[in-house]
Design a protein around this ligand. Structure first.
Ligand code: NAD
Length: 280
């Protein structure tokens, strides 16, 4: 149960959301820790515990570019990836709260760094998966995405037909997940900047805000002025509400208007309740 200070901020966040014209949410790994998926840089994060895993993550994309066939074969031969274990994870109250704010007409878009598909499963419709989805494959050539189930990768391997090819343009397919060093797909990158420039309220939930270019989105929102192409479509001031277990770079740099310190799975449902109370 959030403390007295947080309760005041929860009510303030509800008022800011109810009076907003164009609210959006950004989310990071922190919103999924209560679904049993560890984050990277929180106190129990995967990389906090195993810094070597972070180094290995930087080798993935260059290896894919160098030898896509060998890369796919190595992927299939590797021990069960953590992503396989995530498939059993379920959305938690934080994911459902954001979906409910969208259904209420308050939240216009959710932009997530997460690759776990839990926002979609919770019912969020207007979703940008900034770093892709572990449940999809993407053609880097034409940006078309397909459910991973549409490709029988094991059969392609058995028939020596790896890597999988795009049914539309014939390009080499890769998992939709954006690896370190890989450009953000242009469709998602462009749309995210557009949404950050349009919003008058931004909820930033469970991200350490250190992975760029995603971490630039709150900064784009905060610094937009009359010169910015989308500024005419929104109010002149932007309220950036951080919900995080701890302070982040956004808190220290004064980008966020205020921080509600706590777990997203508790704070976000309380914000939804406070919104309902205001509207009743
Ligand atoms: P991060 O690990 O860098 O930071 C997570 C932040 O959330 C930390 O500040 C932590 O204190 C906070 N946090 C943890 N649990 C919380 C909770 N229950 N409530 C509120 N705050 C909580 O995560 P990031 O900023 O998203 O960057 C990590 C990168 O790794 C992203 O690019 C993402 O694609 C990827 N990633 C994704 C998943 C996933 O899909 N679930 C999991 C791990 C990493």
């Amino acid at each position: 149960m959030p403390g007295e200070v947080s309760q005041k901020l929860i009510k303030r966040a509800a008022r800011d959301l109810v009076s907003s014209h164009y609210a959006i949410a950004l989310t990071g790994a922190g919103i999924s820790t209560e679904s049993g998926i560890p984050d990277f840089r929180g106190p129990s994060g995967v990389w906090t515990k195993d810094p070597e895993a972070e180094r290995r993550a930087y080798e993935t994309y260059p290896r894919f570019l160098e030898d896509p066939k060998g890369w796919w074969e190595e992927l299939l031969a590797s021990p069960r990836s953590p992503i396989e274990r995530w498939k059993n994870a379920k959305p938690n109250p934080g994911h459902y709260a954001l979906a409910e704010l969208e259904q209420m007409g308050i939240l216009k878009w959710t932009i997530t760094q997460n690759i776990d598909g839990l926002h979609e499963r919770a019912g969020t419709k207007n979703l940008l998966e900034y770093h892709g989805s572990a449940l999809k494959l993407r053609c880097p050539g034409c940006n078309l995405r397909f459910s991973a189930d549409e490709f029988d990768i094991e059969k392609l391997r058995a028939e020596d037909r790896l890597p999988p090819r795009c049914p539309e343009c014939g390009g080499v397919m890769k998992p939709d997940v954006v690896y370190f060093g890989e450009p953000i797909p242009s469709d998602v990158a462009y749309r995210s900047v557009e949404e950050a420039g349009k919003c008058d309220v931004m909820l930033v939930c469970g991200t350490s805000a250190v992975v760029y270019p995603f971490a630039s989105l709150p900064r784009i929102a905060a610094q937009c002025d009359a010169e910015y192409p989308y500024a005419g479509e929104r109010a002149s001031t932007v309220t950036i509400i951080e919900i995080n277990a701890e302070s982040t770079a956004l808190t220290y740099d004064g980008i966020s208007s205020y921080l509600i310190q706590g777990n997203t799975g508790e704070v976000l449902p309380e914000i939804v309740d406070a919104v309902k109370h205001i509207r009743s």
